[in-house]
Design a binder for this molecule. Structure first.
Ligand SMILES: N[C@@H](CCC[C@H](N)C(=O)O)C(=O)O
Length: 284
């Protein structure tokens, strides 16, 4: 028997899911990198290990211990661990419901909680397959600088469980060269940072590109869209507000309040199969 996997994406931020209810898989950096590699692996921006909360209790910091039945063990494509993934958690939630690991209610939707290293995230899998996630407080923690493609930008630092630097861009967003990592203040972000480039398209609509920590440019970043909406809503002097955030891979809806935020968007499962056990032992 090989090792079960699924492939999914949320606004084209794509993931390999590894169902591992009892926490038996040894998810090494090498294996994550090989799985995510688009030539020698399945190809993905990250890996979502689907594990029961009780099975992972010893591996997660005390602050992230959860009573939730399922825990999202998230890894970036370079093998690093991140606290949270807003697109990944939607795909993770949809998998649990589609495979009957969480039951739907009479309205066809399902409400439950998923544990993550950033804390518990209540989710609703809607009857139409979209997913709404309560993303917690998007906390603005100050300002910092980034530079990319010859542009020096001032950004707003936003903590969505993981770190973000949201930079407003007045020039054509599609022309930005994000093939290499933007420069940022490593003293301010010693663990690295996800950097969003954002243009306001109208009072309720943003356009965003992102360079993700541990991955590179991706076609979407859920936590990044929450950070971008927080920048726009709070920056407009509002306590709460809703924004459509357009990214290269689609669009999501984000609502930001004084101490809370929510993210609604698509979650797609497109394939499932088995990894070869020989490859898993020594990914080539
Ligand atoms: N794609 C994710 C964010 C994944 C983690 C991030 N790269 C980090 O290192 O913090 C999302 O949809 O939020």
């Amino acid at each position: 028997m090989g090792i079960a996997f699924l492939k999914g994406h949320g606004t084209q931020n794509d993931f390999v899911l590894l169902p591992d209810p009892d926490g038996e898989l040894e998810l090494t950096t090498e294996r994550v990198r090989a799985l995510c590699d688009r030539q020698r692996g399945l190809g993905a921006d990250g890996v979502l290990r689907v594990v029961r909360g009780e099975a992972l209790a010893d591996e997660v910091p005390e602050s992230a211990r959860s009573e939730a039945q399922w825990f999202m063990d998230y890894r970036n494509a370079d093998g690093s661990i991140a606290e949270m993934c807003g697109n990944g958690v939607r795909v993770f939630a949809r998998y649990l419901v589609e495979d009957g690991l969480v039951a739907r209610g009479t309205d066809g939707g399902a409400d439950f909680v998923i544990g993550s290293r950033a804390g518990d995230r209540p989710v609703r899998v809607n009857a139409d397959g979209t997913v709404t996630v309560q993303m917690g407080h998007a906390r603005v923690t100050g300002e910092s600088m980034a530079s990319v493609d010859g542009l020096a930008l001032t950004g707003i630092a936003v903590d969505v469980g993981n770190p973000h630097l949201v930079c407003r861009v007045d020039t054509d967003l599609t022309a930005l060269d994000l093939r290499s990592e933007p420069a940022y203040d490593a003293r301010r972000f010693p663990g690295g940072v996800n950097i969003e480039f954002v243009t306001e398209l109208g009072p309720d609509e943003l356009s965003m590109r992102v360079y993700e920590r541990g991955v590179g440019e991706t076609r979407a970043c859920g936590t990044g869209t929450v950070a971008a909406a927080a920048m726009a809503v709070y920056g407009a002097g509002q306590q709460e507000g809703t924004r459509t955030v357009r990214v290269p891979g689609g669009a999501v809806t984000v609502t930001v309040g004084p101490n809370s935020s929510s993210l609604t968007g698509p979650a797609v499962l497109l394939a499932r199969g088995e990894l070869d056990t020989h490859w898993w032992q020594a990914p080539a």
